[in-house]
Design a protein around this ligand. Sequence first.
Ligand SMILES: [Zn+2]
Length: 148
Amino acid sequence: MTERPLSEIKFLVLHHSVTSKDATIDQIREMHIARGYSDIGYHYLINSGGLKEGRGIGFRGAHALSEKAPYLNTDMNRAGVGLCIIGDFSEGPPDDALINEAAFTVKRIAGKLGIKLDRKHIIPHGSVSYTACPGKGTMEKLYAKLEI
Ligand SMILES: [Zn+2]
C-alpha cells in the first residue's frame, strides 16, 4: 500500500458496502482482496455497532476513482478518507440510528483531520464516480443530520 501524508487529506467520501448489514470487516476485506486490492479499500466502516477501522488512514485508499467533474483529476483515494456504511441502501437510506452513528463519525473524523464540514468536502462516492453509491437518499439524510 502507498503511504500518504495526512496533510493531503481534504475530503471524506461516503460509501455503502452493498452487502448485508451484518457483513463483517473480514468479509468485506476478503471481497476487496479478491478484486485485487492489497487490503480492504475503505479507511473506516460503520454499522449499528459503531465505528470499525479498515486500512490505515496513513495509506492511500482504494474506494473512489475520480472520473467525474468537478473532482476529475483529483486523486480521491489520496485526498480522501473512505467511509463505508455497511449495508445496501440502493432502495432507501439507513435508519435513524445508523445515520446518527454516521453523522457522529463524520464529525469526529473531519474534526481530527481538519476536513471542512460542508457539502464540497463531505461527499458521496457518486459525485466523483459514475455510481449511485452510497444509495438512495443517504446523503440527503446525512446532510440533514449534520445540518450542512
Ligand atoms: Zn462507493
